[in-house]
Design a binder for this molecule. Sequence first.
Ligand SMILES: Cc1cc2nc3c(=O)[nH]c(=O)nc-3n(C[C@H](O)[C@H](O)[C@H](O)COP(=O)(O)OP(=O)(O)OC[C@H]3O[C@@H](n4cnc5c(N)ncnc54)[C@H](O)[C@@H]3O)c2cc1C
Length: 308
Amino acid sequence: MEFYDVVIIGGGAAGLTSAIYSCRKSLKTLLIKGPHPGGETALTKNIENYPGYEKGSGSELMDSFERQAKKFGTEFIEDLVINVSKKSNKFLVKLESNKEFESKTVILAFGRKRRKLNIPGEDKFLGRGLSTCTICDAPLFAKKVVAVIGGGNSAVEGAVELSSIAKKTFLIHRREDFKADEITVKEMKKKKNVELVLNTMPLEILGENFVTGLKIKDLKTNKEKTIPLEGVFTEIGYDTDTTIVKDMVDKNELGEIIVDLKCKTKTPGLFAAGDLTLVPYKQTVISAGQGSIAALEAHKYILELKRK
Ligand SMILES: Cc1cc2nc3c(=O)[nH]c(=O)nc-3n(C[C@H](O)[C@H](O)[C@H](O)COP(=O)(O)OP(=O)(O)OC[C@H]3O[C@@H](n4cnc5c(N)ncnc54)[C@H](O)[C@@H]3O)c2cc1C
């Protein structure tokens, strides 16, 4: 079994930055990319707030992160981690493909999972007119009538994106005000083919083989109605799924992994960086910053292990 100094779980901004810093400390480093190489950043068409990168796509930015990590010697695997455990001072990382690796340290950088609505039709129509990623799937709904459910940045940006692709977009949100940035909300409100359906809750996704409508309830009047649709996008936030590390980490009331300023979890040698932590703003630059801290701290931990 291969033995590493650092195994990094996740191929987004946090994981790739950890890999760069870890290799530059001459640590033998393996990065397991998971299902979405480049992470959430790679889904963003335009990223304009990453310092030094004035304008360009998120996937180009993440490709350059990966090239840089490769240049310094990171080994990559496209696989899914299914379990992490620790015995004495060694971590054992198990992959879906049955491969296993041992490591002195592990950096968790696997981001968050998109939240579900938990309404009838959701499982049946996923991939059949129901999408959980507007930025990824909007082009499939050219000239169609669609709805985006949610009120945060992803939902509002999604509605803006769809306004130039779909015939009409309903933005369905259970509140009156939006969590999304004001500037993005303003941009959405200018779009003539985006209709806001506020104080409204989705009840059921309807259809035979493909989505044909959405049953909704007005939360002010309690009246129910059906909107005929050809597509539905859910953009209702995220959860941090820590099943693979079970009780090796503590979580806060939002379900995020608790780390200190040095990205340490409660388990010695286990670090966490990026969106999955309690860091308040979920941004590429912040994930990258935490990724660097986690790797530098992993290096320090390994030096201390040697000294003992
Ligand atoms: C639509 C949208 C637009 C955005 N726009 C901006 C923006 O303009 N500027 C900005 O700064 N931020 C933006 N963000 C936020 C930014 O994308 C995130 O903060 C950033 O991607 C977080 O990076 P991360 O590495 O922590 O996690 P992620 O990017 O989520 O990466 C997680 C990685 O973990 C991997 N993974 C998951 N599970 C496993 C597993 N079990 N085993 C192995 N690997 C696993 C995934 O494949 C992925 O590679 C945007 C986000 C969205 C959704």
